[in-house]
Design a protein around this ligand. Structure first.
Ligand code: C5P
Length: 201
């Protein structure tokens, strides 16, 4: 039996943690689809043409060093606007979604484009200021030198690109449950996400 949970939303809204916790709770697999675009973005920065990179992407590319940097995040959102890049990554994501035993996929277009038939859909969001503050605290915790204003500007730039692109823009599916985590700690966000999925079972 397959069961798909689609989680979409902007950067640093809590999607990643919520997805991991949902997967552990329900015993499902988890695919962070942002890693696919980050891997293509990273290859572009090292000189590979993005469409060719997406078409030739292999599992090892998703485990490469440096996929979580701010520079790769910006490159990812640029290559993610290229329709041929997105098209090259569809089959892998849909196959993962249908794996037996259930799957959680998180990204920007899972509920709208990749898995419109997903059994459960969540759109996890928070204000840009709250998201930038969380990302800034995380970067500081990892010893990265940066300032809040830079992180806020980068967050807004990437959101704007993701929301306004013509192909698969970031937006909630009509049947998604919206979870605004601006004033929630992660434990309440996870509890609400589990309750929303349970309500569909
Ligand atoms: O989620 P993450 O921040 O790792 O995603 C990096 C970038 O990849 C996003 O800013 C977005 O442009 C792109 N992306 C996408 N569709 C997805 C997942 C990520 O366009 N399903």
């Amino acid at each position: 039996m397959s069961f798909t949970i689609a989680i979409d939303g902007p950067a640093a809204a809590g999607k990643g943690t919520i997805s991991k916790r949902l997967a552990a709770h329900f015993g499902f697999g988890h695919l962070d689809t942002g890693l696919l675009y980050r891997a293509v973005g990273r290859l572009m920065l090292t000189g590979t043409e993005p469409v060719a990179a997406a078409q030739a992407l292999v599992a090892a590319d998703l485990e490469a060093e440096g996929l979580r940097t701010a520079q790769v995040a910006q490159a990812a959102s640029k290559v993610a606007a290229i329709p041929e890049v997105r098209a090259a990554l569809v089959d892998f994501q849909r196959a993962y979604a249908r794996r037996s035993g259930g799957a959680v996929l998180d990204g920007r277009d899972i509920g709208t484009v990749i898995c419109p038939e997903a059994e459960a859909k969540l759109f996890v969001t928070a204000s840009a200021e709250v998201r930038a503050r969380r990302r800034f605290d995380e970067l500081q915790g990892n010893g990265v030198q940066t300032d809040y204003e830079t992180v806020l500007a980068e967050t807004k730039e990437r959101d704007h690109r993701d929301r306004t692109r013509a192909d698969a823009p970031l937006r909630p599916a009509e049947d998604a449950v919206i979870l605004d985590t601006s004033e929630m700690d992660i434990e309440s966000a996870v509890a609400q996400a589990i309750a929303a999925v349970n309500a569909t079972m």
